[in-house]
Design a protein around this ligand. Structure first.
Ligand SMILES: Nc1ncnc2c1ncn2[C@@H]1O[C@H](COP(=O)(O)OP(=O)(O)OP(=O)(O)O)[C@@H](O)[C@H]1O
Length: 607
């Protein structure tokens, strides 16, 4: 890659950065970028990676570490950097979740832990049954407090309290159980490793010259402590991006003071962005109205110039019952699709339990030949590296001429089987031939599949061709316990569902599984960081916001996140009688008041 002089560097993909974004990208010290939805915070991180690599500010062999909350967010960021800088340079961009970061540290440096704190090498992660069994040994049956008890322990052990005793059981195994760690325990052990081993800490700081923290508002105290332990007072330059108004993880321990703490601890300079590149002007107006409700100053937010001033539609649908709600939403979706909007650009959101709120809508859409599905199970699976490889194999058995799939498969196999670039061309062609032969065998075997168990046999063949042990060895996330089996089983089940629905049309099943033709349904939590042309929020009701009285701020943020996923249209739906139960909106009247203000929402009251 040719090196570009600092002053000549320009953002890629014709992106024009607002001034503060450009300054934050070029800044040579720790920065905190705070900005509303659609301001381009994630885009800023991707551009900053390009800038650092293209200008050689991040010289070889230094690397960039990017930490996100969700696997798909981490993968998307990596893909953007790969597209722009090429795979070779982007291999110095390590994009992972907090959980993966902590687990990598533990797995690499497990032996640096004293015996008392050292889990077995084959420890299992997040197994609820083992957790329960450990607590029950101490007659503790209230699962609600398990997390708090685990987190209350300080390392190293000093007190011999119940929490410590439970940790010991989980660390070393008990009865027939092997070691089991929750992600919180992994984070605490990783923090302990860094705290007590200067060499390891120095090594980490020597590796990462730059660190990116996405969705910083949701960082928990444990995660923040780990970042601090790793990078405080180091030469690593940290860029954190976030939005207070989207803090919807307080229930999971998000640290409310994290922005101020970061500014103080890391002497970070704060930049505000004011653009909203995503939403149409009328939607931005509604978001702006919510700023004061969310205790955020700043009505300065601006919409992009690509819109006309009166663009954007907001609806409040008030239905008598679930059937009339489903009919209204289905008809509205049909109209959207008729105007050329892809189903994948239409999203249905719920505060919780999407199954309970959307099953009738799924059925009605299905009757019209429109496929909608609850994404929560699919989203994470699709981003699993092993599933990406299996899908590429299945796809190549349908059509050998899929260059992207071929690329994924060959590069994965080279990595899995540890065939380095120094091997001879002969060896490389040999591998290609082996892949070709195997694809043919799988194709033949698949052509005879009529039952679930026969399909499972095909999958087993694929995994044995890839070599189970190599998969475990190459991908750190699969190295321990049952996780790889768990991923494969979940995939087998969901993919067989698609095969059944398409009468075993493999090509169609792959497309359906990837969600290329379906309307995604998900919780607000899963929708973070995503965007759609049209959003339907189903269940603007007290029952969905059942804890509003105790956590009004977090629920307001949830409403705000739902609203801000939409580019051009958003509908909120209240149903007077949902699933034979009368619904109210007394507790969340403020949302109704807001939507019913003059010139905000069209009120739709189907019969
Ligand atoms: N400078 C820019 N010019 C034009 N479009 C942009 C720019 N920055 C980002 N975008 C586009 O705007 C949309 C929102 O960007 P992005 O997802 O990075 O925002 P965000 O601040 O992370 O949003 P959120 O907090 O809501 O998840 C994306 O479609 C992105 O491609």
């Amino acid at each position: 890659m040719a090196i570009i002089a600092d002053e000549k560097w320009l953002p890629s993909d014709s992106i024009i950065l607002e001034k503060n974004a450009d300054v934050a990208i070029r800044q040579k010290r720790n920065v905190l970028v705070v900005a509303g939805p659609g301001a381009g915070k994630t885009e800023l991180l991707a551009q900053k990676a390009n800038y650092l690599f293209e200008t050689d500010n991040c010289k070889e062999p230094y690397r960039i570490l990017a930490i996100s909350f969700k696997k798909d967010a981490a993968k998307n960021l990596k893909e953007r950097v790969e597209q722009r800088c090429g795979k070779e340079t982007a291999c110095r961009f390590d994009s992972m979740t907090y959980d993966a970061f902590a687990k990598n540290l533990l797995d690499h440096f497990r032996l640096a832990l004293p015996q008392e704190l050292r889990p077995k090498q084959d420890y299992i992660v997040e197994d609820k049954d083992i957790l329960k069994a450990a607590f029950e040994q101490y007659n503790n049956h209230n699962t609600r407090y398990y997390d708090a008890i685990i987190s209350s322990v300080s390392l190293p052990f000093a007190k011999d309290e119940v929490g410590e005793r439970i940790w010991k059981l989980l660390l070393h195994g008990f009865d027939d159980h092997t070691s089991m760690l929750t992600f919180k325990m992994i984070s605490m052990l990783a923090e302990y490793i860094i705290r007590t081993n200067i060499m390891i800490r120095n090594g980490l700081q020597e590796t990462y010259k730059y660190v990116f923290l996405d969705e910083f508002q949701d960082t928990t105290t444990l995660q923040y402590e780990l970042v601090k332990r790793c990078f405080l007072s180091s030469k690593a330059i940290i860029t954190a991006v976030g939005d207070n108004k989207q803090r919807i993880m307080v229930w999971a321990g998000a640290r409310k003071t994290v922005f101020v703490d970061f500014q103080n601890d890391f002497n970070a300079i704060k930049y505000k962005l004011i653009m909203n590149h995503r939403s149409a002007p009328r939607l931005v107006d509604l978001q702006r109205k919510m700023y004061s409700v969310l205790n955020e100053s700043d009505g300065q937010v601006q919409h992009s110039a690509k819109w006309r001033e009166d663009d954007g539609i907001i609806n409040l649908i008030i239905s008598e019952n679930s059937e009339s709600e489903a009919l209204t939403i289905t008809n509205s979706i049909i109209k959207k699709i008729e105007t050329g909007i892809s189903p994948t650009q239409i999203c249905i959101l719920c505060k919780q339990k999407p199954q309970d709120f959307t099953q009738i809508i799924i059925d009605y859409l299905g009757q019209k030949g429109i496929y909608a599905r609850i994404e929560n199970d699919y989203q994470d699976l699709i981003k699993e590296p092993i599933i990406e490889i299996i899908l590429s194999i299945l796809s190549l058995t349908c059509n050998r001429k899929h260059p992207d799939d071929w690329q994924v498969l060959v590069s994965s196999i080279i990595e899995l089987w540890n065939i380095s670039g120094t091997q001879s061309d002969d060896e490389y062609f040999n591998v290609q031939n082996q892949i070709d032969d195997e694809l043919l065998r799988i194709k033949q075997q698949f052509s005879l599949v009529t039952t679930k168990s026969e399909f499972y046999e095909v999958l087993k063949k694929i995994v044995s061709f890839l070599k189970f042990d190599c998969i475990k060895a190459v991908f750190p996330e699969y190295s321990q316990g049952k996780y790889l089996n768990d991923v494969l089983n979940r995939f087998a089940k969901l993919f067989w569902d698609e095969l059944e629905k398409t009468s075993i049309d493999l090509n169609m099943s792959i497309e359906q599984f990837k969600g290329l033709h379906s309307i995604p349904i998900m919780t607000i939590h899963k929708s973070k960081g995503l965007e759609y042309d049209t959003v339907f929020f189903v269940g603007l009701e007290d029952a969905a916001f059942w804890n509003f009285k105790n956590q009004p701020e977090e629920d307001r943020c949830a409403f705000f996140v739902a609203l801000s996923r939409a580019k051009s249209e958003v509908s909120f739906s209240f149903c007077k009688n949902r699933n034979h139960k009368t619904q109210k909106h007394n507790d969340i009247n403020e949302f109704f008041d807001l939507l019913q203000e003059p010139r905000i929402a069209n009120i739709i009251t189907p019969p």
